[in-house]
Design a protein. Sequence first.
Length: 282
Amino acid sequence: MTKSRPIPSCSVGIGLRLPHVTEIAVTRPTIGFLEVHAENYMAETPALDRLLELRRDYPISLHGVALSLGSAEELDRCHLDRFKALIERVEPMRVSEHLAWSAIGGAYLNDLLPLPYTEESLDIFCDHVEEAQEALGRRLLIENPSAYLRYTQSPIPEAEFMAEVARRTGCGIVCDVNNIHVSAWNFGFDPIAYLDNLPIEAIGEIHLAGHHAAEDVDILIDDHGSRVAEPVWELYAAALRRFGPVPTLIEWDANLPALEVLLDEAHHAEELADARRYVDAA
């Protein structure tokens, strides 16, 4: 049987959050990699020192949240310089950001805000991705967002928008499976069709996380505050069938559990990836 692509090795990582740092440093659990939000480590602090110590034993993935690549304004060159300096210190395995904007007029907003999917915004976003990649000296992976509203003028489907950004800029894609599930529930589209519209060769990482149902309206909220829900595991299995065993991150940012719970989620993701690898090798 002819394979369309080689079977990649898979590693499953977890987000490194402050309450778990000491325990990870002491116990050195088996983890594929650690992911951190880049902006938390851009200053000379004890947190950066601890990250550099862990870097000796674990690959690190830097996940930016404030480049505001989707903004109509110019990118913040000071922020890019700080990001580049951190990359040079940490030497991460991957660097990622978001299909979103989060700054205006010099003010940074505490959220990842959506942009309309138009030809104009596509041009701006691609220009910013290319500028960021050149400044950072690294290929970026761009993560799909979770969505709770739609612009009246947004004619390009999100997955097609992501695919075109990857084609034009050479960037990769973080396929956030939980975000796809949340957005599909909120807007009634087919999550499998979304996966099918993402280019296989661009997928550099998969993200998994928890969500919750809003109390007053029939929508899901991506909060990274619980275990991965069963429908998201099912969609992850579909993503593995399409993309192969891609490196996968368990994200958990609110209501942090004991470290063993995070490791259990990572172990389950690894089991699903191993099962896919076995099928592909058969």
